[in-house]
Design a protein. Structure first.
Length: 171
């Protein structure tokens, strides 16, 4: 799992990685579960319904069962949590399990900036980044635009990967 101490292995200034002019990231805490579960609901509702699979209580329970604050990062602006991501450090890759934004925070370029941060981490560790996306999710074109390649397509999800050796990260 990627935690704050592991960010120090990244190239560049640590403070610059954690803070941006209008937003910053902070590690999540166990007490953040309800806030993040509600944010996930707002971020995913339309995509889940488009994929014919929305059951709020089922997905809340799934999120609760898998919630690990040590691998979860909140994206904050002016005291407001705009979104969050979950990053696992696997043996041979980084796994971006979640990247969600409140609908009012979508489309502002912050997701792209988070991906740049994660690509810097992947480059420093010489590991690819992998993630799964629902087939009819609006996230599919987002990841393709940001250099991720479709490596596997399953009925319930598409699997993407960003490879360090295939890309140069812009600062």
């Amino acid at each position: 799992m990627m935690n704050q101490n592991e960010l120090e292995s990244c190239n560049g200034d640590q403070q610059a990685l954690l803070e941006h002019p209008t937003w910053h990231i902070e590690p999540a805490a166990a007490a953040d579960f309800d806030l993040l579960a509600d944010l996930r609901y707002l971020a995913m509702k339309d995509n889940m319904e488009a994929n014919g699979m929305f059951d709020h209580e089922l997905y809340r329970q799934y999120f609760k069962d898998s919630f690990d604050p040590t691998s979860t990062w909140k994206i904050i602006e002016n005291e407001d949590v705009l979104g969050f991501y979950v990053l696992w450090d696997k043996q041979d890759h980084l796994y971006l399990e979640r990247l969600y934004f409140h609908p009012n925070a979508q489309g502002r370029g912050i997701g792209a900036e988070i991906l740049t941060l994660l690509k810097q981490q992947a480059t420093a560790q010489t590991k690819p980044i992998r993630l799964d996306v629902l087939p009819k999710s609006r996230a599919n074109p987002f990841y393709l635009r940001h250099g991720f390649e479709l490596v596997e397509e399953r009925e319930e999800e598409k699997v993407y990967e960003w490879r360090v050796e295939s890309h140069k990260v812009s600062a």
